[in-house]
Design a protein around this ligand. Structure first.
Ligand code: FMN
Length: 181
């Protein structure tokens, strides 16, 4: 079934439920066009600069970080719970060490508005171009978060992505809800 355009927050509850359950998949690509996929557990959405914005946080140690410095676009993909194992793999191995698409069977397919792919098995997709980045500043961070999230000093870069396209499978709500029952 063809995926249909949605407004940014049409499937937001389902997106956040998936984010906090297994994680979502963030696709990036190198200048050579080779895609990579990693799991994210942190995401914020809203309206900034009169634009729909998704904010993701990526640590400098990630292969994805180097990809984002080469191609300043990313996609966020929401998959049904049946893909939990693949999502776990994408969150525990690096694209530096092998092709996670090949290993998991997840398929990169062309996006509509950006050069990086979406994950075909996803049921909700957000395509973004990076319009701003900043760093998590240790001196400005609450002490408890600093202790719990940054004991290794690998402070995230924060990427603000303008959402250029958002779309979903017609049965996305049902597929994502069913997983919660
Ligand atoms: C559930 C889950 C959520 C994660 N969320 C993030 C995140 O938001 N930001 C981040 O930098 N790493 C996050 N990670 C870790 C990366 O996904 C992991 O280090 C991955 O291997 C990086 O892949 P890459 O080196 O190919 O970029 C998460 C891992 C898991 C399992």
């Amino acid at each position: 079934m063809t995926k249909q355009p949605i407004k940014l927050f049409d499937l937001w509850q389902e997106t956040i439920d998936s984010l906090t359950r297994d994680g979502l998949l963030l696709c990036s690509a190198g200048a050579d066009g080779k895609p990579n996929v990693m799991t994210i557990g942190w995401l914020a959405g809203g309206a900034i600069w009169s634009k729909p914005i998704l904010t993701v946080l990526v640590r400098p140690s990630r292969f994805t970080y180097s990809r984002l410095s080469q191609v300043n676009e990313f996609t966020v993909n929401v998959l049904p719970a049946s893909f939990a194992e693949a999502i776990q793999h994408c969150g525990t191995t690096s694209g530096r060490d092998g092709d996670k698409f090949a290993h998991t069977g997840l398929k990169p397919v062309p996006a509509q508005k950006v050069r990086v792919p979406i994950v075909e098995q996803g049921v909700v997709h957000y395509e973004c171009r990076v319009v701003h980045t900043n760093e998590v500043i240790p001196a400005n961070l609450a002490a408890d978060i600093k202790a719990s999230a940054y004991s290794d000093g690998d402070y995230h870069r924060v990427y603000f992505g303008e959402v250029l396209a958002a779309y979903a499978a017609p049965d996305a709500r049902e597929k994502l809800r069913r997983a919660l029952l």
